[in-house]
Design a protein around this ligand. Structure first.
Ligand code: NAD
Length: 485
């Protein structure tokens, strides 16, 4: 009977479609009461999240360390600071974001006035991922709250410490009649997906993105899909010039390489959706590029990077094995020019670089999402455009060059979610730029005001008076009336 009662308890606990339905009903009632629409409610919730991040910073850093051995410095910059910054911006700008936007009207409607009114969508679902499990969960939630919605967050089960911390903290800090966390994996997410939502915001792989979109289609629910892809970084040999001033003097290639390292291994060991996935450079320049990568990696992570505390580990054994398979494929194992060390017990893989891997190798097939970096070479740098354009559109594309014409051609000819010239990653920190994919890297965008817009309906409102009524629009339609138009 003890077993039976445990089973009964488990059954009661299982988050199935019925419980998901009850949750949505509860949140919808709350939304319909109008509470979440008020400016004051939105501000109070955003302030609570900012307070939560401030007060519980240590717990958050500890959970991130537990899930990914994420170095504290990295976690602070990319998870704590970015989340706080987004709360702060939303609090500063909310009044102006909520303000109806006046638009011009036409002679046809004269006299009249028109405006675009942003209204919350209703009850929204945010499904998040594991690589930046704190920031990528809260960033869309901040947008959803700013726009006045009730929201359910489903964090990733692959980062369990952060998932359970988020559940605990949000229960403690925010209004649970409108903001809830559901923890779980496929079963729980599927139960949530059976419900009717007013939008679904999903971050993760294209494979699951397709599942989300078909579930949403049943209810005609709009989706925002923040997916991934193989982000290329093209490096021109003309970066190899002296730069800087008398205090900080270095070479352009050194700057380019440091920024590539920061964007690849300094971002969760390459487990980042906008980490450079592969490099393309001119054949003649590859040796210089590799030498500089080798020397700078040593400066950053020491002689033995496996011992470095500044490199995140691979998230779990499944992903460790997936990456090992890419490294061990016969076609590429001889192409390794740096690294290759790995430790299954610690789930660590050293920064590993391959040169001239065949385009049909596994490592060039799907997004790598780890610390492996293949370098492709071309005779002429503009040949890289064809390589990039022969693949699905990436979430980000990078170019390092001093050549203005090449920059222009890159922007004109490469389609990607975002683009950054002469650096990596930092475009996501510019809140005036939308963040999102195109084609297979996703649909819809967010960050800053774009987050508010992502969770709002833009309602078109036209105000007419009883003046200005003309008979020309009314039957009977006579030739004389047509002439007057
Ligand atoms: P994933 O698709 O495996 O999982 C993400 C979420 O989907 C989790 O919450 C998980 O519980 C849920 N899920 C998994 N299987 C499901 C199923 N069968 N049915 C319903 N829900 C399911 O993705 P991942 O491995 O966590 O993420 C890796 C991918 O995410 C990479 O492609 C990366 O580029 C992308 N990514 C994109 C961004 C971005 O902002 N665009 C950010 C981080 C990661």
């Amino acid at each position: 009977s003890a077993t039976l009662s445990v089973m009964a308890e488990e059954e009661k606990e299982a988050f199935d479609a019925d419980r998901a339905g009850a949750l949505v009903k509860e949140l919808r009632e709350c939304f319909d009461n109008g509470k979440t629409k008020s400016y004051d409610w939105r501000v109070s919730q955003l302030e609570s999240i900012a307070k939560m991040v401030d007060e519980r910073e240590k717990d958050i850093l500890a959970a991130l360390h537990q899930d990914l051995s994420k170095p504290e410095h990295e976690a602070f910059v990319s998870e704590i600071s970015l989340t706080k910054g987004s709360c702060k911006l939303a609090l500063q700008e909310l009044k102006s974001w909520m303000m109806p936007e006046k638009v011009k009207t036409s002679m046809t409607t004269y006299p009249s006035s028109a405006k675009i009114v942003s209204e919350p969508l209703g009850v929204v679902l945010v499904i998040s991922t594991w690589n930046y499990p704190f920031m990528l969960s809260l960033e869309p939630v901040i947008g959803a709250i700013a726009a006045g919605n009730a929201v359910v967050l489903k964090p990733s089960e692959i980062a369990p410490a952060t998932s359970s911390l988020l559940a605990k903290l949000l229960e403690e800090y925010v209004d649970n009649t409108a903001i809830r966390v559901v923890e779980g994996a496929v079963a729980e997410t599927s139960a949530l997906l059976e419900q009717k939502w007013d939008t679904i915001f999903y971050t993760g792989s294209g494979r699951v993105g397709r599942i989300i979109m078909s579930a949403a289609a049943r209810h005609l629910t709009p989706v925002i899909l923040e997916l991934g892809g193989k982000c290329p970084a093209v490096v021109d040999s003309d970066v190899n010039i002296e730069v800087g001033n008398s205090i900080y003097h270095t070479s352009g290639v050194m700057v380019a390489v440091r920024r590539i390292i920061a964007g690849k291994w300094g971002c969760n060991s390459g487990q980042a959706c906008i980490a450079p996935d592969y490099l393309i450079t001119a054949k003649a320049f590859a040796p210089k590029l590799i030498d500089t990568l080798r020397s700078e990696l040593k400066v950053f992570f020491g002689e033995n990077p496996m011992e470095s505390k500044d490199l995140s580990r691979i998230v779990n054994l499944y992903h460790f094995k997936r990456l090992s398979k890419l490294m061990d494929e016969d076609k590429v194992s001889d192409m390794k020019v740096l690294g290759g060390q790995r430790d299954e017990n610690q789930l660590k893989i050293a920064p590993t670089i391959f040169l001239d891997v065949p385009e049909d190798s596994l490592i060039m097939e799907d997004e790598i999402f780890g610390p492996l970096l293949p370098i492709l070479t071309v005779e002429n740098l503009e040949d890289s455009f064809a390589v990039i354009n022969s693949r699905p559109k990436p979430l980000a594309a990078y170019l390092f060059t001093n050549n203005e014409e090449l920059k222009n051609n890159f922007v004109k000819n490469i389609s990607s979610g975002g683009m950054l010239i002469n650096d990596t990653i930092l475009h996501v920190t510019v809140s005036g730029l939308p963040f999102g994919g195109v084609g297979e890297s996703g649909m819809g965008s967010y960050h800053g005001k774009f987050s508010f817009d992502a969770f709002s309906h833009k309602k078109a409102v036209l105000y007419r008076s009883f003046e200005g009524d003309t008979p020309t629009r009314y039957p009977p339609y006579t030739p004389g009336k047509l002439k007057l138009l």
